[in-house]
Design a protein. Structure first.
Length: 173
């Protein structure tokens, strides 16, 4: 069994400094943790790619989608991706999981804790932002789906979670 790389250890230390409990995945440069966000529970995976000096953060939440709703959910994710500067939404069909992935290349072996923290916050915020929009799509009756405007739906600001600084509890576990 090989020890964790210096890169993933720097991620572990950054998580600890933020008070985020995480666990190493044995034999891999991967950490797992979970967060309770405003709208959903989020599993988070941090994976170091040592030869590239890269870090990928994947935020995931269970999101079963019926065949009838799938084209609309995928359109929503595609339109959501168009609005992003960093990272992107994916849908894992095999596991029925919504994913937000963000990756960064670092200059040094030890990753910058502020960048790591920003990547985690971004991944959590983006999943938490898109979940209520997907929920609206999933709650729409099949015979009304053609009348649903995904473009207009994404303009609704009432579905957005509150800014964390405005909440007393950040809801992180």
């Amino acid at each position: 069994m090989r020890p964790p790389s210096r890169q993933i250890e720097s991620v572990y230390n950054a998580f600890n400094e933020q008070g985020w409990h995480s666990e190493f995945i044995e034999g891999r440069d991967v950490l797992r943790t979970a967060f309770e966000a405003h709208h959903t529970r989020i599993d988070l995976i941090a994976q170091a790619f040592v030869p590239l000096n890269a870090l990928a953060i994947m935020a995931e939440t269970k999101m079963p989608v019926s065949d009838e709703h799938m084209p609309y959910v995928l359109e929503l994710l595609q339109r959501g991706n168009k609005q992003l500067n960093l990272g992107g939404f994916e849908y894992d069909f095999d596991r029925q999981i919504l994913v937000f992935r963000i990756t960064n290349l670092f200059e040094k072996e030890l990753y910058d804790k502020d960048i790591i923290s920003s990547m985690v916050h971004c991944a959590i915020a983006e999943i938490d932002r898109i979940v209520p929009f997907i929920s609206i799509v999933l709650q729409t009756e099949q015979d009304l789906l053609d009348d649903l405007s995904i473009e207009r739906l994404l303009l609704r600001e009432d579905l957005l979670p509150p800014v964390p600084e405005q909440e007393e509890d950040t809801n992180y576990i």
